[in-house]
Every structure is written in structure tokens, then in C-alpha cells.
Ligand binder design. Structure first.
Ligand code: ATP
Ligand code: MG
Length: 316
């Protein structure tokens, strides 16, 4: 039985070399790096010891080899990934601004990543997994939405749990189809992993505690973990909450921290690791992820995380 199923966009990422660089004039870009939020999640979950399978589509090109080889080498079951010569592998370009913000140019909609649909979901993989993780960024096309909905049905039939990182992006705010899909996954999910901005999307300007209480009242959720970047995370279940401070690191590249945090947390839960240790390991994984350039280059094993935790200073 597979511990964790992840599904969605497989990307190559190309990043600006220096902060302040823009897309509107020539500059040095680095890469390609393997990327895609569900891929970063899956890679990290596998590296930390869970058995992980992936469903997705990559082009029959070098970028496709880059991402599929990385996942395979790190232990992910890639049998649910198809390759196509119809469209190229998806890409993400990113620049970093002085205020910490990022600008992305994605090509997902016109890439191999958009070719998945309900038929891409292997019933054996989805029906047999213990956790199915959904990224909001994977709900960008009608085919990928159909694939997620089909997998949700199969996972529920097989008694698997659903974890969800809404990862709300600007296009969600203007697309009723994507917004409906986000709310559909929220209704089905057991473990929600929002950022503060994701909570605002669901609950407006309500303070965090109130927002979380509203979500528990109206959904089947058993656990919500709010990711707060350098402030760490706050865990909530229906009876208690727990703030776990993060670790002090120099942030080199924030992309992928949330995915890496989620991959570690769900991997730990699948392996029966207690929640307090799981949250500490997830914070450590997020901190190590932001310390390396490249969305998956700071991914880590449990023993690397333990060594980091022993030597790092915590934020207070
Ligand atoms: P993403 O930008 O990948 O969508 P996110 O907003 O979902 O990320 P963040 O809160 O930015 O998630 O990061 C996830 C976790 O990584 C945090 O809860 C924290 O544990 C760790 N982390 C992120 N940034 C830092 C930082 N600058 N210093 C230390 N830890 C960090
Ligand atoms: Mg963030």
C-alpha cells in the first residue's frame, strides 16, 4: 500500500540570479531546476521515508527527464507519470524583489501538465493510498480538476485521508471554476495546510483563531496547520492549538518552503511520528528549503533534519 499519493504539475523552474532583476530586461537566469508544488511535496515526503506515488504528465523532452529522474532517484513511484510529445514540459520563471515578493511566469495551461484528466488516475494508486495530497496550484485546468475529483472519490472509497495546501494564486480570484474546485477539495479534506493568505481567502480579515474555528464548524476537518514563514506554524485540532517556532536561517530562496513543510508533515504522520515532533521536523524542512537556491534543492532526509535541529537556533 502506498502511504501518500500526490498529483499535478511537473515543472522546470528558471530563476533570476539576483534580487531586483525583472522580466522586462535581459538578465542572467539560473536553471533548469526540477519543480512544481506537488512534485516538491512528493520528493520531500519520499526523502523523509514515506512511500510516495505521483500522477502527472511531462513532456518527452529534457525538462521532463529532469523532473521525472529527480523524483525517481529520490524514491518516488513514477509509474503514474505519463510522457507526451504533444506538448512540452511545463515551466515556471521567477524573479525576486527587494521587499521579499516574487513574480512568476508560468506555462502550465499549454504544457504537458494540463493533459491529465480523470482517466489519468490509476484506481489502484488512488484507492490504495493512505493520504492523498492536493495542491491548489494543481486546480488550474478542467482536466486537472476532473483528475483531482476522480482521485478524491477513489481515495474516500479506500478510506484514505485527504490533505490540502490551498496555495491560492491570483488567478483563483477571477475564476469561478477554480474557486469551485478549491471549495470542493476543502469540503473533502481532513488536513488543511493553509498560509495566512490562504486563510484570508476563505475567511476574510477574521483573526486566525476565529477563521480556524469557522472552518472547523463548517467542515469535516480534523487538523489545520497554518504556515507562517519565519514565525513557524500553528497547529489546531478540535480541542487544542500549538505554536511551534521556526529556526533561524538566512533565507536564500523562499520558493517551495510550504510544499516541503507539507511533504515532511504528511510523511511523518504516515509513519506514526507524534505531532509535536512532526511539526518540528516540518519547520526544519521549511527552514532548510529556504536556505538553498532552487525549489527542490533544499529537500532533506530525516537524519539531515535531525542534525539541523540539534545545531540550529530557534526563533522565539
Ligand atoms: P510557499 O511560498 O512555498 O507557498 P507557504 O506560504 O505555503 O510557502 P511558508 O509559511 O512560507 O509557506 O513556509 C513554510 C514553513 O517553512 C514555515 O511554516 C516555516 O516553518 C518554514 N520557513 C519559511 N520561511 C522561513 C524562514 N525565512 N525562516 C525559517 N523558516 C522558514
Ligand atoms: Mg510563503
Amino acid at each position: 500500500m502506498t502511504d501518500i499519493l500526490s498529483m499535478g504539475e511537473l515543472l522546470a523552474e528558471i530563476m533570476a540570479e539576483r534580487v531586483g532583476q525583472t522580466f522586462t530586461e535581459p538578465g542572467v537566469f539560473l536553471g533548469p531546476y526540477p519543480s512544481g508544488a506537488p512534485a516538491i511535496f512528493a520528493d520531500q515526503a519520499a526523502k523523509t521515508g514515506a512511500s510516495v506515488a505521483f500522477i502527472g504528465c511531462a513532456g518527452e523532452d529534457g525538462f521532463g527527464d529532469l523532473i521525472v529522474n529527480r523524483l525517481r532517484d529520490d524514491g518516488v513511484d513514477v509509474s503514474g507519470i505519463t510522457r507526451t510529445d504533444e506538448l512540452p514540459t511545463g515551466t515556471a520563471f521567477v524573479t525576486y524583489q527587494e521587499d521579499g515578493s516574487r513574480e512568476f511566469i508560468f506555462n502550465i495551461g499549454n504544457s504537458a501538465a494540463a493533459l491529465i484528466d480523470a482517466d489519468s488516475v490509476d484506481p489502484a494508486l488512488a484507492g490504495g493510498c493512505r493520504y492523498f495530497h492536493v495542491m491548489g496550484s494543481s486546480l488550474g485546468s478542467s482536466g486537472s480538476i476532473a483528475a483531482v475529483k476522480r482521485a478524491l472519490e477513489l481515495v474516500k472509497q479506500g478510506d484514505g485521508k485527504v490533505s490540502f495546501d490551498p496555495n491560492i494564486r491570483p488567478e483563483v480570484l477571477t475564476s469561478p471554476v477554480i474557486s469551485e474546485a478549491i471549495h470542493h477539495v476543502l469540503k473533502e479534506c481532513d488536513i488543511l495546510l493553509p498560509s495566512e493568505a490562504d486563510l484570508q481567502y476563505f475567511c476574510g480579515d477574521a483573526p486566525e483563531r476565529e477563521a480556524v474555528a469557522t472552518l472547523f464548524d463548517s467542515h469535516r476537518l480534523e487538523m489545520i496547520v497554518v504556515k507562517n514563514a519565519a514565525e513557524g506554524c500553528v497547529y489546531y485540532d478540535r480541542t487544542r492549538s500549538l505554536h511551534v517556532p521556526s529556526f533561524q536561517v538566512a533565507e536564500v530562496d523562499p520558493t517551495g518552503a510550504g510544499d516541503c513543510f507539507g511533504g515532511t508533515l504528511i510523511s511523518c504522520l504516515a509513519q506514526g511520528i507524534d505531532i509535536e515532533r512532526a511539526l518540528t521536523l516540518a519547520n526544519a524542512a521549511g527552514a532548510m528549503a529556504v536556505s538553498e537556491r532552487g525549489p527542490m534543492e533544499g529537500n532533506t532526509t530525516l537524519s539531515e533534519l535531525d542534525r539541523f535541529i540539534d545545531s540550529a537556533e530557534r526563533h522565539v
